[in-house]
Structure formats: structure tokens, C-alpha cells
Design a binder for this molecule. Structure first.
Ligand SMILES: NC(=O)c1ccc[n+]([C@@H]2O[C@H](COP(=O)([O-])OP(=O)(O)OC[C@H]3O[C@@H](n4cnc5c(N)ncnc54)[C@H](OP(=O)(O)O)[C@@H]3O)[C@@H](O)[C@H]2O)c1
Length: 280
């Protein structure tokens, strides 16, 4: 199987590394290309046998699966470049939320899916969000599900849920680590605990909490009730969070959705231009 990655920045190289470590792909399966070639060359050094090329067209030609790992606004130029060599039996995957499946299906003959990975996939953990286009066949779903299961937990979603699901699954590690960092900063400043100790405690707590929620049978509410005995310290701490976090998450969701809408509008214009140029 030939699997191509166009764009080997943060997420492209993360996915390649995770698939190789899991054994789901071997270096000889992978063809990688990047605008600035040094990133792809570094990958080839790290994973002997992996193919790199300087041409997106060459990388896409004859590939079974093509992961497009570029930023949203780079999609139109990549699609314009490779569309003539794409065929109906190939699977083209966007890893970014504002590129709608329909936008790609309008311009290319291939089967299209959107798979939003998460940095947590680099440690074979966390979810990846899978949205399948109308040309994807049951056997394609099985293949993609198998591939993504090797690096985490694939969850099939509707496209309208992609942004909010990405906020939680993909942006979540940045948001949660920011909150933990603020907590640790205060802990070191106010109590003298070392940053190293506080960070280990916080990280282990996150892993354990995740396990309780995924394997331990707890709901979020049950977890709070179980730890916060009435009149105890946890209950006092929860009361502070309840009063101070009011409005924070609605604002966070508003801002991520606004940025998504901006990217979507720009992309609609660029993709329409490609379609018009084709017709003209
Ligand atoms: N970061 C996350 O946790 C995360 C999670 C899920 C999804 N995503 C999505 O993943 C996408 C990529 O994010 P990223 O963090 O990996 O960005 P990134 O580090 O900037 O990587 C994008 C790569 O694409 C390359 N590129 C741009 N145009 C190209 C072209 N025409 N041909 C070949 N390569 C090209 C860039 O090359 P240069 O070196 O020349 O710039 C860069 O290395 C984004 O759309 C993001 O929404 C990110």
C-alpha cells in the first residue's frame, strides 16, 4: 500500500511517526513531501526506507491514501496542483476542520474523508475524529478505522460536529495543559513545592482521571461527588471553580467557531475560483 503525506510539519510528521511505531505502516509504504524540503529530508533520515519527493504530483500519483496535512488556506493550491493525477479509487484525507468534504468532492474524483488527529495520537492515545464523504465505501471505512485504531480511538462523527469535537479532542491538550500550568504556577509560588514535583503530580492525575472516565465507569459528576466529601477541602475548591469559570467555556467555543467561520469563508472563495477556472 502506498500512503502519501503532503505536508510534514507538526501533524504530518506526528502521524507518520505514530503509524510507524504502531507497525500499521512500514517506511516503504510512506511517501512524504513538504514545501520546504528539509522537513521531509529529516523524516527520511529518522525513518530509513521512507520515500520523499519534492513533487506533490509525484507523491499523489498512484497512492492508495493521501493525507493532506497542510494548513486550511494551503489546501486550494495543493488541490489545484494534484487534482489532475487523482483518481476515483484513491482516498484523499483532510486533517483540518474548515475544509469541507463537499468542497473537495466538487473538485476531485477521489473518495474523500476528513480525519482530525490529536497530538495525543503520538502516544497512541486519545481520539481521532472521522467524517466520511459520500463516495467512501464500507471497506474504505474499515481500512481507515483500522489505520486510525493503531494510534488512538477513532470516532465517527457528522461533519457539523467537527469544530466542537476538534476543540475538545485536538485543541483540548493545549487548553488543559494551560489550565494545569496556571495551577502549578500558583502552587509553586504560594507553597514552595518544586515545579518538577507539581508537574509529575498533575500529569499522573490527568492520566488517572482519564482512565477513571474511560475504563473506571465514572461519569464526570460521579467523580466530583466521590472526591468532594461534604464540608471537605475539595468541595470548597469546587465552589471557587464554579463561581470563577462562569462564562469561560462559552467564550472559548465562540472564539474557536469564529476563527473556523473566517477560514471557511476564505476557503469557499478560493475553492469556487478553482471550480470556475475549470469550467472557464
Ligand atoms: N496541531 C494540532 O494538534 C492539530 C490537530 C489536528 C489537526 N490539525 C490540523 O493540521 C493541519 C496542519 O497543522 P500543523 O500543525 O501540522 O501545521 P504545520 O506544522 O505548519 O505543517 C504544515 C506543513 O505543510 C507544509 N506545506 C504547506 N503548503 C504546502 C504545499 N503546497 N506542499 C507541501 N507542503 C506544504 C508546510 O511546509 P513549510 O515548512 O514550507 O511551511 C508545513 O510543513 C492544520 O490545518 C491544523 O488545523 C492540527
Amino acid at each position: 500500500m502506498k500512503v502519501t503525506f503532503i505536508g510534514t510539519g507538526s501533524m504530518g510528521s506526528l502521524l507518520i511517526g505514530a503509524f510507524l511505531r504502531s507497525g500499521a505502516l512500514q517506511p516503504h509504504n510512506i511517501y512524504a513531501t513538504n514545501r520546504s524540503s528539509h522537513k521531509a529530508e529529516l523524516l527520511a533520515k529518522r525513518h530509513p526506507g521512507l520515500h520523499i519527493t519534492h513533487s506533490n504530483v509525484e507523491a499523489a500519483r498512484g497512492s492508495h491514501i493521501i493525507f493532506l496535512c497542510v494548513k486550511p488556506l494551503d489546501f486550494p493550491s495543493v488541490i489545484s496542483e494534484i487534482r489532475d493525477v487523482l483518481t476515483a479509487d484513491q482516498i484523499v484525507i483532510s486533517i483540518t476542520s474548515p475544509v469541507l468534504i463537499q468542497m473537495l468532492e466538487n473538485l476531485i474524483p477521489s473518495k474523500v474523508a476528513k480525519i482530525i488527529p490529536s497530538i495525543t495520537n503520538s502516544v497512541h492515545s486519545g481520539a481521532s475524529l472521522c467524517i466520511y464523504g459520500k463516495r467512501i465505501q464500507p471497506e474504505n471505512r474499515i481500512l481507515l478505522k483500522q489505520l486510525m485504531s493503531s494510534v488512538g480511538t477513532p470516532l465517527a462523527l457528522r461533519e457539523t460536529e467537527t469544530r466542537i469535537a476538534s476543540d475538545i479532542a485536538s485543541c483540548g491538550p493545549a487548553f488543559i495543559s494551560y489550565i494545569l500550568q496556571q495551577w502549578i504556577d500558583s502552587a509553586t509560588e504560594l507553597t514552595g513545592i518544586s515545579r518538577r514535583e507539581a508537574t509529575i503530580l498533575g500529569a499522573e492525575m490527568l492520566v488517572g482521571t482519564g482512565k477513571l472516565l474511560t475504563e473506571g465507569g465514572f461519569t464526570l459528576e460521579e467523580l466530583q461527588q466521590r472526591v468532594a466529601v461534604p464540608g471537605g477541602v475539595t468541595a470548597q475548591g469546587l465552589a471557587i471553580l464554579e463561581s470563577r469559570l462562569q462564562g469561560v467555556f462559552p467564550s472559548l467555543i465562540e472564539v474557536t467557531h469564529r476563527k473556523y467561520d473566517e477560514d471557511l469563508s476564505k476557503l469557499e472563495i478560493s475553492f469556487n475560483n478553482i471550480a470556475q477556472n475549470t469550467r472557464g
